[in-house]
Design a protein around this ligand. Structure first.
Ligand SMILES: [Zn+2]
Ligand SMILES: [Zn+2]
Length: 321
């Protein structure tokens, strides 16, 4: 059977000249990619038209490499990519839900990193490359045949820092990373160098670092917030700043306190009905964000309910309002 543009004329009637130029490709691809092109024609065409420069002569690749801002996360990449794939009628299970990140072997390209995704349906690789190219600006996606081996625990160099005066490891401690630099220093011995080393770990190796046993993590200069919060820091200043605001850490520690003994809660306990003091204590312990001010309306309500005869008085009706 011959492939003509005629059957797709009606599907493309709402489009411009570009559509008619690409309609042959669309027709071919919609027959091969979509079981029901009449239901998916618009989306299939959009996806297919992105890949018209690809030819079927290319071998099927199973991985795509592209660059991305250093600070981009797996979640942000996947949520953006998932909606772009959905708009092109690409099934979500065409890609795996894993992303590997690698550093550029460059001290000048430090605000970008390489991302690697796995294509589970290699026939879609050229289309997905095109979608990544149009979705992530200047990402330069490229099909590749294999993934770089992700680092494992055995790739972590826990030997002593080469410079005993260093306040933090001044190279990446993951041997397979370009910033391991053969075990010699590469980050400057100042706050800028420490920030750079910490950012490097956060955005390139977070999964591996947070999976390390605490002793190994500490041996390479990192400290975890606490047993319930997985955030890790190289900088002691950043660690303290995080800990002072960390809800997980604070809520973990709060049960050891007895709120009834803290002076700033005393006024609230003084108006709280005796029958509900246990409930108030529970609220304070389990809601670290609560304050005497935020809980006042509730406790005031309890007070009113317990004193029906006082209506319309308020617990503070002797105060000036
Ligand atoms: Zn590294
Ligand atoms: Zn924390």
């Amino acid at each position: 059977m011959s492939i003509t543009t005629d059957p797709s004329r009606d599907l493309l009637a709402d489009n411009d000249d570009l559509a008619s130029q690409t309609s042959t490709h669309v027709n071919m691809l919609s027959h091969t990619q979509s079981p029901n092109p009449h239901h998916h024609h618009k989306r299939t065409r959009d996806a297919a038209s992105l890949s018209t420069s690809s030819t079927s002569d290319n071998p099927a690749h199973s991985y795509i490499q592209f660059n991305t801002p250093l600070q981009s996360t797996k979640i942000s990449i996947f949520s953006t990519l998932a909606s772009a794939l959905a708009n092109a009628s690409i099934p979500p299970d065409s890609i795996s839900n894993t992303i590997h990140f690698c550093a550029f072997p460059s001290t000048r390209i430090i605000d970008e990193k390489l991302a690697f995704i796995t294509i589970l349906d290699p026939t879609l690789t050229p289309t997905i490359v095109s979608i990544i190219r149009s979705t992530f600006d200047l990402s330069l996606p490229t099909p590749i045949d294999s993934l770089p081996t992700p680092p494992s625990h055995s790739d972590v160099d826990t030997t002593n820092d080469p410079d005993p005066n260093s306040q933090f490891p001044r190279n990446c401690r993951i041997i397979s990373c370009p910033f391991y630099n053969g075990g010699t220093n590469i980050f400057s011995h100042d706050p800028t160098g420490m920030a750079m080393a910490q950012t490097h770990g956060h955005h390139l190796h977070l999964e591996l670092l947070t999976s390390l046993p605490p002793t190994t993590l500490n041996a390479i200069g990192w400290t975890c917030c606490c047993s319930t919060c997985p955030h890790i820091f190289l900088s002691p200043t950043d660690l303290r700043a995080h800990q002072s605001n960390c809800t997980l850490r604070i809520s973990t520690n709060t049960p050891t306190l007895d709120p009834t003994t803290l002076p700033h809660w005393t006024p609230l306990f003084s108006i709280c009905p005796d029958s509900r003091k246990t409930e108030l204590t529970t609220i304070i312990r389990t809601s670290p964000e609560s304050t005497p001010t935020s809980l006042f309306p509730l406790i005031s309500q309890w007070f009113m309910e317990s004193k029906p005869d006082h209506q319309p008085a308020t617990p503070f009706d002797h105060h000036e309002l």
